[in-house]
Design a protein around this ligand. Structure first.
Ligand SMILES: C[S@@+](CC[C@H](N)C(=O)[O-])C[C@H]1O[C@@H](n2cnc3c(N)ncnc32)[C@H](O)[C@@H]1O
Length: 273
């Protein structure tokens, strides 16, 4: 199996949409409209959820009408937040066909179908002409991608010159090998973390100019501690998407961060002409 098919298999199963529909109905949402903000526990698939998405968006500076590409868009929560909040037009691409199908379904339920569009595609082979987007965005995706030079070169190609890329990602820390499973991989076979410094070098090699770089690890540790002390109230969350073992994978990620095996970074990069 190639990396891409193994990664796709890790995330989506064909019954995903039915599970999400059933979980939303059970939570009292029926079949009708749902505000995008009510979906955050389910559709913001990264550490610190919607709070982290808001911070990254603030750092990116988005204008109404901007064309934004979300690379590895998952269930589309960040795309819906961005479209609803800033009036930008968001295109999401993801390897997982069930994720793409469910993202489109959730946008219909949230009344955001005309502002968000989801396509099944590999981030290493983006199906767009050069300079198609003003902004690009990726959260917790690159850890599944071995060929980082190609990932960032593809994003650079589809951004207009001077366009900006927002990244929120897991990087390798100095504290030793990861403890598995983690939310993006059950084994090391599909986990490809770079150190922060190595990631910066690859970005620079793809002609990105760094506008900001922030280590977000302490914020993540505080969030995990808060979740342990006062778990979020019930309702559909990521175990509906990833299965009942998800809490263990999330706990391992918290441990990896606490032990310095992994770190979290947030960065804004500008595409040089
Ligand atoms: C942890 S989820 C994050 C989803 C979303 N970015 C979010 O933060 O809510 C990682 C996503 O990356 C996608 N992904 C991984 N490798 C990819 C690739 N090569 N091309 C496109 N999507 C990819 C997965 O299918 C999955 O939906």
């Amino acid at each position: 199996m190639t990396d891409a098919s193994e990664v796709a298999e890790h995330y989506g199963t064909s019954s995903l949409l039915a599970r999400v529909e059933a979980a939303l109905a059970e939570a009292g949402h029926g079949q009708g409209p749902i505000p995008w903000s009510d979906l955050a526990a389910l559709d913001q698939f990264h550490v610190r959820g919607l709070a982290a998405t808001r911070e990254l968006a603030e750092a990116l500076e988005i204008a109404p009408g901007d064309r934004l590409l979300d690379v590895g868009s998952g269930l589309g929560g960040p795309a819906r937040y961005l479209a609803a909040t800033f009036g930008c037009k968001v295109t999401g691409v993801d390897l997982s066909a069930p994720f793409v199908e469910t993202a489109a379904y959730l946008s219909r339920r949230a009344g955001l179908s005309s502002a968000t569009d989801f396509q099944c595609a590999d981030a290493l082979d983006l199906p767009f002409p050069d300079h198609s987007f003003d902004l690009a965005w990726t959260q917790h995706v690159a850890m599944n991608i071995a060929d980082r030079p190609r990932l960032y070169a593809e994003i650079q190609r589809v951004l207009r010159p001077g366009g900006r890329l927002a990244i929120y990602d897991v990087v390798a820390g100095p504290g030793g090998d990861l403890i598995f499973p983690v939310p993006w991989a059950d084994t090391p076979d599909i986990s490809f973390l770079l150190s922060g410094e190595a990631m910066r070098q690859v970005l620079a090699g793809a002609r990105f100019v760094e506008l900001s770089w922030r280590d977000a690890t302490q914020d993540a540790l505080a969030w995990f501690a808060q979740q342990r002390a006062a778990p979020s109230p019930g309702g559909p969350g990521l175990p509906v998407v990833m299965g009942p073992d998800f809490p263990q994978a999330a706990a391992n990620l918290a441990r990896n961060l606490a032990e310095g095996r992994a770190r979290l970074v947030q960065t804004i990069q500008e595409a040089a002409p």
